[in-house]
Design a binder for this molecule. Structure first.
Ligand SMILES: CC(C)(COP(=O)(O)OP(=O)(O)OC[C@H]1O[C@@H](n2cnc3c(N)ncnc32)[C@H](O)[C@@H]1OP(=O)(O)O)[C@@H](O)C(=O)NCCC(=O)NCCS
Length: 340
C-alpha cells in the first residue's frame, strides 16, 4: 500500500550566522622555530598571518555553543524551536555520544534530532545540504548547522607541513523556512584515490582489528601538502563550475565566493579557474584565522558579512573540500541583516 502522505515543498534559507574565535591569537613567529620556517615563508605560501587557538579548558563543544547562541539570537527564534542539530567536526574527542547532543544539552534544547557529520573541511557544506533537504521534505523546520574544530589538540608542532596551517574556532547557522529558494542544490562527492593525502595519524594507519589499543598514540593530523594542493586547484574548480550551473546561475550572478579557507593560493587559483568576475567579493579569512576545517566556511561568512554588510541577502558560492578526499558545495542566499 502506498503511504498516504504528500511531500511538502517548503523552501529554506540561512536565517542567520554566528561565529566564535577563541581570544588567544597565535602569530607565525610563535611556531617557526620548531619547524625551521619563517613568518615570510608561511605568509607567501599560505597567506596565513595569525590564527586562534582555544584555551586548554575550552572544548570544541563549548566553542560551538558560543557560536550557536549568536546565530539563534540573530535568527530571532527561541532555542526550543530548533528541531535538528547537525554538527560537522573532526576534532570532537569522543566517538559517542555525539558532539551535537552535547550542544543540545548545553543549550537546553529538548527532543531535537542530533547527529554529527564527519566530512572534514567539507563537513559544513554537507551539513547545510542535509539541512536544506530536511526542511524541503518536511522532516525539519529549524536546523542548527555547526562547524567547529579544536585542531590545536591534534597538531604535531614539529611537523613542517601542518603546524602552521590548522587552527581553532566555531561557526553556526540557523536554517529555516523561506518564501523563496535560499539554498541551491548541493553537490557532494569524493575522490578516494587520494584517501591517504590528509589523515589523523596513527589512528587509521596503525589500527587493525585485533590491535592492542593501548599501543595507539594520540592522533595528530598529517598531510601530503603538494598532493592536496594540486587536487584542490584542478578538481575543486570543476566542482565549483558544476555547482553554479546546477543552480541555474552564471558566475555573473554570484556576489561572494566563500570557499574553505585552506590556503590563499588555492583560493586565488579557484577564483581564476572558475572565471569569477572581479565584482565577486572573495573571503580571505585564512589570513587571520588559518585553516579551521569544518568551521572555516561559517567563520569566513560571518567575517565577510561584518566587512561588507551590503552582502546580506546576496548570492554566495560555498565550497568545502578536504580529507577523504571529499567535497561539497552550494550557492546560498546570504542571511538577511540580523534581527538582534
Ligand atoms: C603545506 C604547503 C604550504 C607546503 O608548501 P609547498 O610549496 O608544497 O612545500 P614543499 O613541500 O614542496 O617544499 C618546498 C620547499 O619549501 C621547504 N619547506 C617545506 N615546508 C616548509 C616550512 N614549513 N617552512 C619553510 N620551508 C618549508 C622545503 O624544504 C622545500 O625546500 P627546497 O625547495 O629547498 O627543497 C603546501 O603544500 C600547501 O599549502 N598545500 C595544501 C595544504 C592544504 O590546503 N591543506 C588543507 C586541505 S583541507
Amino acid at each position: 500500500m502506498t503511504l498516504k502522505f504528500t511531500i511538502p515543498t517548503q523552501n529554506a534559507r540561512i536565517l542567520a550566522v554566528g561565529a566564535y574565535r577563541p581570544p588567544r591569537v597565535v602569530p607565525n613567529s610563535e611556531l617557526v622555530e620548531r619547524i625551521d620556517s619563517s613568518d615570510e615563508w608561511i605568509q607567501q605560501r599560505t597567506g596565513i598571518q595569525t590564527r586562534h587557538w582555544a584555551a586548554a579548558d575550552e572544548s570544541v563543544a563549548d566553542m560551538a555553543v558560543k557560536a550557536s547562541r549568536i546565530a539563534i539570537s540573530r535568527a530571532g527564534i527561541n532555542p526550543q524551536e530548533i528541531d535538528t542539530i547537525i554538527f560537522a567536526t573532526i576534532t570532537y574527542p569522543y566517538q559517542t555520544p555525539s558532539a551535537s547532543t552535547e550542544v543540545a544539552k548545553q543549550l537546553e534544547i529538548k527532543g531535537a534530532a542530533a547527529f554529527d557529520v564527519g566530512a572534514a573541511c567539507a563537513g559544513f557544506s554537507y551539513g547545510l545540504g542535509l539541512a536544506n533537504d530536511m526542511i524541503r521534505s518536511g522532516s525539519a523546520k529549524y536546523v542548527l548547522v555547526i562547524g567547529a574544530e579544536k585542531i590545536s589538540d591534534f597538531l604535531d608542532l614539529d611537523d613542517r607541513a601542518t603546524s602552521f596551517i590548522f587552527a581553532d574556532g566555531a561557526g553556526a547557522v540557523v536554517v529555516g523556512p523561506s518564501d523563496s529558494v535560499g539554498i541551491g542544490p548541493t553537490t557532494m562527492g569524493s575522490d578516494v584515490e587520494n584517501r591517504d593525502a590528509i589523515a589523523m595519524v596513527p589512528s587509521w594507519i596503525d589500527y587493525k582489528p585485533g590491535s592492542d589499543l593501548t599501543d595507539l598514540a594520540w592522533p595528530v593530523i598529517h598531510q601530503e601538502g603538494q598532493k592536496v594542493f594540486r587536487w584542490a586547484v584542478y578538481e575543486v574548480a570543476k566542482v565549483g563550475k558544476e555547482i553554479i550551473a546546477k543552480s541555474g546561475l552564471t558566475p555573473a550572478d554570484i556576489a561572494a565566493f566563500i570557499p574553505h579557507q585552506a590556503n590563499e593560493r588555492i583560493i586565488d587559483s579557484l577564483t581564476k579557474s572558475m572565471e569569477l568576475p572581479d565584482t565577486v567579493i572573495v573571503a580571505r579569512d585564512i589570513r587571520t584565522t588559518g585553516n579551521t576545517s569544518a568551521a572555516s566556511i561559517p567563520l569566513a561568512m560571518d567575517a565577510l558579512l561584518a566587512q561588507h554588510p551590503d552582502l546580506h541577502g546576496k548570492n554566495a558560492l560555498l565550497i568545502g573540500f578536504g580529507a577523504g578526499l571529499v567535497y561539497a558545495g552550494q550557492v546560498v542566499e546570504l542571511p538577511p541583516l540580523p534581527k538582534n
